[in-house]
Design a protein around this ligand. Structure first.
Ligand code: 8DG
Ligand code: MG
Length: 137
């Protein structure tokens, strides 16, 4: 793959649950993914996480931590994505569908009963056995 991009995934945890959305209209459509998007040239990873979270859900990030990363090849769009995950341990506000063309609905999910199929970058860290609930943030 000669085209590598950086994505940021935002893992919001609240009351023992994690926020996932059903993707629409792009690669990974009809798969469950955390909020997120492309890292812009002029922002930090944390700024990107807070911006994407606000744009897509209306939730304001109040506390966050660096999470894991994953690397995934998407043959259908001939791109490799490096996804940097940020864990938001305190987010303010309810999850709203702010970009209905990109996400059909948000759902707070139990880690031991995640919906499927999961979008590949998030599926990678789950498959590795990583959990946001194993750490004492
Ligand atoms: P943007 O172009 O407006 O910045 O982003 P977007 O419109 O929100 O696009 P997106 O498809 O939600 O995310 C941009 C890319 O980031 C997407 O093509 C794939 C990549 N990406 C990962 N991992 C993750 C992830 O865990 N969640 C989300 N939402 N996107 C991710 O590589
Ligand atoms: Mg997005």
């Amino acid at each position: 793959m000669s085209d590598t991009r950086i994505g940021v995934g935002v893992i919001v945890i609240r009351d023992g649950l994690v926020l996932l959305g059903l993707r629409q209209g792009s690669h990974g459509a009809d798969m469950w993914a955390p909020p997120g998007g492309h890292l812009d040239d002029d922002e930090s990873v944390e700024q990107c996480a807070a911006r994407e979270l606000l744009e897509e859900t209306g939730i304001v990030a109040r506390a966050w931590h660096a999470g894991p990363y994953s690397m995934n090849d998407f043959a259908e769009i001939a791109r490799r994505y490096v996804t940097l995950f940020v864990v938001v341990t305190h987010g303010e506000g309810d999850a709203q569908v702010r970009e209905p063309d990109k996400c059909a609905r948000w759902q707070w999910c139990a880690w031991d009963a995640l919906p499927r199929p999961l979008f590949a970058p998030f599926a990678s860290v789950v498959a590795r056995g990583w959990s946001p609930f194993a750490a004492s943030w």
